[in-house]
Design a protein around this ligand. Structure first.
Ligand code: NAD
Length: 279
């Protein structure tokens, strides 16, 4: 159901690779709510994925950009303003990648060039985007910028590897730039900390199926799916959340406040004998 929450608003959405992507669902929901969109991803992701289908579905302009390249971001932001005929109301940064996770390097054996790439792609790209938008004065007053995070920024979760460090940095950048952007330009910046979600990036995490089952059992409302994350993004892009900024907001069915649930305890008790030697 659509509420016209984004009628007349213009936004850039990063990170739709295929229809499982959280950004894909966010683009569909933002379009349904009346927004005009620019979609972006790396040239490789555009070739390998199906973002052109999404551009057709949402009547959006597609502009390639590697989010680690300041030059690409400058081109993206200025071309988007030209396309919209003015400034931008909202941006979704939905980008994450760790070469260490991809190559199976564990946290006690990470490759530091890969680590630098993880941080650049998954966190520093957010700073680059904010700084480019700041210098081009591209965001309208009361605009909204959102990035997607994960609870591994606060708590240690087996297998999340150097992405945990990237998410901690991402959330910190949202606060640091959120102060400047709020004070000077009345623009809000938040991160949404999302439940594990079966996407290309999500499924790359070690033991992902077990993790999804665990968090679902632990969450009184169950895991939040990609569409529920998209709905939350829409509220944050809308005028209904104008004083929310510099926050890390959990969209996780209650997981982040739980210690142990009955549904998780049931599985744990059943497997206790089998796990005598688990570390
Ligand atoms: N899936 C989950 O379990 C989960 C949970 C919490 C948070 N998140 C976060 O949600 C966001 C979106 O991920 P997703 O789960 O939809 O997976 P996804 O694989 O569909 O999206 C990740 C996107 O990042 C893009 N990307 C990678 N390198 C890039 C670069 N240099 N420049 C621009 N784009 C680049 C990819 O092309 C891809 O479109 C990520 O920040 C991820 O960490 C995911």
């Amino acid at each position: 159901m659509a509420y016209n929450l984004l009628k007349g608003k213009k936004g850039i959405i990063f990170g739709a690779l295929n229809e499982n992507s959280i950004a894909w669902k966010a683009a569909i929901r933002a379009h349904e709510e009346g927004a005009e969109l620019v979609l972006t991803n790396t040239p490789v992701a555009i070739r390998m994925g199906t973002i052109d289908e999404l551009a057709t579905l949402t009547n959006a302009k597609l502009i390639a950009a590697d989010a680690t390249s300041v030059k690409d971001l400058e081109n993206l932001v200025s071309q988007s303003m030209e396309h919209f005929g003015g400034k931008i109301d909202f941006v979704l940064h939905s980008i994450g990648m760790s070469p260490n996770v991809r190559k199976g390097r564990t946290y006690d054996d990470i490759d530091y060039d890969y680590f630098a790439k993880t941080l650049d792609i998954s966190a520093v790209s957010f700073h680059k985007l904010l700084q480019v938008a700041w210098k081009l004065d591209a965001i309208k007053p009361w605009g909204s910028i959102v990035a997607l995070s994960y609870i591994a920024a606060q708590r240690t979760l087996y297998g999340y590897n150097d992405m945990a460090d990237a998410k901690a940095l991402l959330e910190s950048i949202a606060r640091s730039f959120g102060y400047i952007y709020g004070r000077e330009r009345r623009v809000r910046i938040n991160t949404i900390s999302q439940s594990p979600t079966p996407t290309t990036a999500g499924s790359g995490v070690m033991g992902f199926d077990g993790l999804m089952d665990f968090t679902d059992r632990m969450s009184p409302l169950g895991n939040a799916d990609a569409l529920e994350c998209a709905d939350y993004c829409v509220t944050l892009f809308s005028d209904l959340t104008r004083k929310i900024t510099m926050q890390n907001l959990y969209n996780d069915g209650g997981f982040s406040s739980m210690g142990m649930s009955n549904r998780a305890m049931a599985v744990y008790n059943k497997n206790l004998d089998e796990c005598k030697d688990c570390k």
